[in-house]
Design a protein around this ligand. Structure first.
Ligand code: SF4
Length: 255
């Protein structure tokens, strides 16, 4: 039954997914579970980088952002100190974002090639974007305990995305988080069987009917893009492959 007069089933599902994700977003943005990360994110927001001295830093957990009906979830590591932790939107305002969003645009997943601030007009189509850890960690290295503490948010987000078919894991930590979250989504038969896999850029991992595929991709951080480990061409190619699989492409054999 539709929620509003004239509203179709598709509109209804979109509205329900949007409302549920909005509620989770508000919960994540208020989280203070990891004392070390709370202290770190807030200190960065007070000290600031000189070039952003005029900014009122977000300095809170950075929730997911994107298309609530997306079949593809792009998963990063954590917000950057002066990127997401400043702007309040995942992959926004730092070098990794500049590289990734340009590639997303070329792959037909974003309406524009830039992601600078929350009011810049960026919209994703067919992809939802989030991070394995929602608060900026010192040195970009969350502890195993911090990764475990933040994981339930990812598993809940996956459950709330009604069309999810593929997770694009950007880097090793995102890859491991994806496997743990998909394990949590498994059926009773899967309980106790932890999904495992070794990260290999460009590889597709299948875990059985009803569970999303995982595509592994190097993280678009300067240490990968400036050293030639990940080129723009490789990233666009991997994004396009993940997009094709999420739309029911031929390699998605388990669906
Ligand atoms: S990293 Fe995750 S669990 Fe820890 S404080 Fe931030 S949002 Fe909460």
């Amino acid at each position: 039954m539709s929620g509003e007069p004239g509203e179709g089933e598709g509109d209804n599902r979109r509205r329900e997914a949007t409302d549920a994700l909005d509620a989770l977003t508000a919960e994540i943005a208020a989280c203070r579970r990891c004392a070390r990360l709370v202290e770190h994110r807030e200190r960065i927001g007070e000290v600031k980088r000189a070039s952003y001295a005029g900014w009122d830093y977000w300095a809170r957990p950075v929730p997911g952002f994107g298309d609530p009906m997306a079949p593809l979830l792009a998963l990063g590591l954590a917000p950057a100190a002066h990127g997401g932790n400043r702007t309040g939107r995942v992959f926004t305002g730092d070098a990794s974002a500049t590289f990734l969003i340009k590639a997303m645009h070329q792959a037909g997943l974003a309406n524009q090639p830039v992601s600078d601030h929350r009011e810049d007009g960026l919209e994703y189509a067919g992809v939802y974007v989030c991070a394995a850890v929602r608060c900026v960690p010192p040195g970009d290295r969350p502890t195993p305990e911090e990764q475990r503490t933040c994981l339930p948010y990812l598993a809940r987000e996956m459950r709330l995305l009604p069309n999810l078919r593929v997770v694009l894991a950007l880097g090793q930590i995102a890859f491991q988080a994806a496997l743990r979250a998909i394990t949590a989504l498994g059926t009773a038969e899967d309980a106790g069987r932890r999904l495992r896999g070794k990260f290999r850029h460009g590889e597709v991992y299948r875990f059985g009917p009803g569970l999303p595929l995982v595509v592994a991709c190097y993280h678009p951080s300067p240490r990968n893009t400036n050293t030639g480990r990940l080129s723009m061409e490789q990233l666009v190619e991997t994004l396009a492959m993940a997009k094709g699989l999420s739309e029911g492409g031929v390699a998605a054999g388990n669906w």
